[in-house]
Design a protein around this ligand. Structure first.
Ligand code: ATP
Ligand code: MG
Length: 630
């Protein structure tokens, strides 16, 4: 017999109030738990299948779910843990409206930035409104009208509220919904360092998040994410590690450095554009093959021998446009690699970039789908950034010239035997030197398993899948500046307020617990999140002695803080046990004739196979406390 993960942990003890709370008792026949044998046809993720089959949630529309009684109880448990840890970290809870006026988003430019993700509509008076996807603007609006003295800072305010994002592809049930529950917190400071500074609150949130996910019983870690406007490692994502996760995390086994794939740096990679041609340059007809995979199949060339050229447009202000004209960046990576927009932006040292619109790019001489590194090379306002793995003149493994296939800069054609030193239309030296070189080599791709670690020489990065359940972020003055929220400091000068923001996907956390913890038969809830801690299955609910025994056991457990569900349905035992496996309540007590005769119940954990052990009625509470670590 194993033990279950503790309800409490040494680093994050529950508040005394909730340990003395009496537990709830509910009867299956009096609540709504519509279990089902089959999962919805479109469900792929285990949490989606099992939460629907177990009667926790039900789909109302794409990405929109009902939380049925069991589901709602789990959500409440996550919420309570989050609330306790936030309060303990000194934050104050409030509740902002979900329905907001769009004019606020115009102040920061996010009405456009969000685009279709924003649930936006006109009300009956023609006012442009939206349902909040997050609340930086709303809280900054509150703060600028309510807090005007540095003496009132720092402040950390949070809410637990339904959020709306019109995700293009809502998927996997609660993992990516269009309506979901989030805890979002925002902190306000006059300075970054020292007492009362942003860093202090950021660190407190980091610890609070660690406590939350530890108490939830999740296998998680914090990883470095795309940094914010303030230097250093200004953003962390909290990831639940499991194979079905959408995100890829890379870690250095030597140093413990972990980062999400987009953020992860790559260690030194050697490169050289020098090298002889592998053959005569040859244009081949590749009709309707703008994609790397299609060309690779058609020409029977490995994607690693192809150059992928992705065109970005620099988002310039009207003044910059006037001064420099339209600016373009061509990022070149190997065909089997992915361009990383953040890295491109960093390498080019520009403020903001976006994927070029095909029409506009074509009008400027970039034949999208067939672009090569030499397209517009050397023209004013064009920078080519080549990833080190693509910047190879020599095939080192084979010890001969590198064979490259690239776009031919004309529709439906690719070029075989592209050679850096021959085909740029200028020498490598001309392209790469000067005060404003036309071509540079820099890390511009997503990291992958096997890449050199940026933290330890000779060590390779390892990959792991994860689900982002939380995100903490140093915002700096992005919102306060855009919204004109300044405060007079001690120095009698006006300063834009420094902000941090901290989110937890509450409903996503619930689903990730299932992703992480289930088996072929159903969910295996961690004790802290289980809708009920104990399930009492009554074999003969029409027998009054059995029901009395169940009620007695339940009230004893309730007095010790356990939430108890009594399965009193008139169903076959086999059916009830299958449902018990499915809904995944951690501790199971069965009341049947054999046990009753001995004054005992059959005791079993969800994680145990086979038969249980008999435990005398008066020892049941202690036995349950034992496995609960209480
Ligand atoms: P993602 O990259 O998964 O789209 P995000 O980075 O855009 O998420 P944030 O703005 O950081 O999300 O929101 C804070 C938290 O809210 C996330 O860490 C995640 O747990 C949760 N969350 C975000 N989008 C959704 C969604 N569509 N459904 C459920 N939870 C979500
Ligand atoms: Mg995020």
């Amino acid at each position: 017999m194993g033990t279950l993960p503790a309800m409490t942990t040494s680093t994050a003890t529950r508040s005394p109030v909730s340990t003395v709370r009496t537990g709830d008792i509910q009867y299956w026949s009096r609540t709504l738990i519509p279990t089902a044998k089959d999962a919805p046809a479109d469900a792929e993720a285990p949490s989606h299948k099992l939460l629907v089959r177990g009667g926790f949630i039900r789909r109302l529309a794409a990405g929109v779910y009902d939380y049925l009684p069991l589901g709602h109880r789990v959500l409440r448990k996550v919420t309570e843990i989050v609330r306790e840890e936030m309060d303990r970290a000194g934050a104050s809870e409030l509740l902002l409206p979900a329905l907001c006026p769009t004019e606020l988003l115009h102040e920061t430019g996010r009405a456009d930035e969000y685009g279709d993700l924003l649930m936006r509509f006109e009300d009956r008076h023609g006012r442009d409104s939206y349902l909040g996807p997050t609340h930086e603007e709303v809280i900054t609006e509150l703060m600028r009208s309510a807090v005007s003295s540095y003496k009132q800072l720092p402040l950390n305010l949070y809410q637990i509220q339904t959020k709306y994002r019109d995700e293009f592809r809502p998927r996997a049930g609660l993992l990516r919904g269009r309506e979901f529950l989030m805890k979002d917190a925002y902190s306000f400071h006059m300075h970054v360092e020292g007492e009362g500074g942003l860093n202090e609150t950021y660190d407190a949130m980091y610890r609070a998040y660690s406590n939350v996910f530890e108490r939830c019983g999740l296998n998680f870690g914090a990883v470095e994410a795309e940094a914010g406007p303030i230097g250093g490692s200004a953003s962390h994502e909290f990831m639940v590690f499991c194979d079905t996760g959408e995100d890829t995390i890379l870690r250095c086994p030597e140093t413990g450095y972990a980062a999400n794939m987009e953020k992860c740096e790559i260690g030194e990679r050697s490169w050289s554009l020098e090298g002889e041609p592998s053959g005569e340059a040859e244009d081949v007809h590749t009709p309707d093959c703008p994609g790397i995979e299609d060309v690779s199949k058609l020409l029977k060339v490995k994607t690693r021998n192809m150059l992928k050229s992705v065109v970005f447009r620099v988002k310039s202000t009207p003044e910059e446009l006037e001064k420099y004209g339209e600016e373009w960046i061509v990022a070149v990576v190997r065909g089997d690699h992915e361009v990383n927009e953040g890295k491109v932006k960093k390498a080019a040292e520009v403020g903001a970039i976006e994927l070029a619109e095909p029409e506009k790019a074509r009008a400027n001489g970039f034949e999208i789908g067939y672009v090569s590194p030499r397209a517009n090379l050397g023209k004013k306002g064009v920078l080519v950034v080549v990833d080190p793995d693509a910047a190879q003149g020599l095939d080192i493994e084979k010890g001969k010239p590198m064979f490259w296939v690239t776009g031919a800069d004309k529709k439906d054609y690719h070029t075989k035997h592209f050679c850096w030193s021959r085909d740029l239309g200028m020498t490598i030296e001309e392209a790469t030197t000067g005060s404003c070189p036309a071509l540079m080599v820099a890390d511009v791709r997503n990291a992958m398993a096997g890449d050199p670690s940026p933290k330890a020489e000779g060590v390779e990065l390892e990959a792991q899948r994860g689900i982002e359940v939380g995100h903490i972020f140093k915002l700096g003055t992005k919102y306060s500046e855009a919204m004109g929220y300044t405060i007079m400091g001690e120095d009698q000068a006006l300063h834009p307020v420094i902000m941090g923001c901290y989110g937890i996907g509450v409903s996503r956390t619930m689903a990730s617990a299932v992703e992480m913890s289930h088996d072929d038969n159903g969910i295996v809830w961690p004790l802290a999140l289980a809708p009920y801690h104990v399930l009492v299955t009554v074999m003969k609910p029409d027998d009054s002695a059995s029901m009395d025994a169940a009620k007695n056991v339940a009230s004893g457990l309730s007095a010790s803080g356990f939430d108890v569900l009594i399965d009193d349905r008139f169903e076959r035992p086999g059916f009830k046990f299958k449902d018990a496996d499915l809904i995944g309540i951690p501790i199971r007590l069965t009341i049947g004739d054999k046990g009753l005769a001995e004054g005992a119940v059959e005791f079993k954990l969800r994680t145990d196979g086979g038969k249980g052990e008999f435990v005398k009625f008066d020892a049941v509470v202690d036995r349950c406390l034992e496995v609960a670590g209480g």
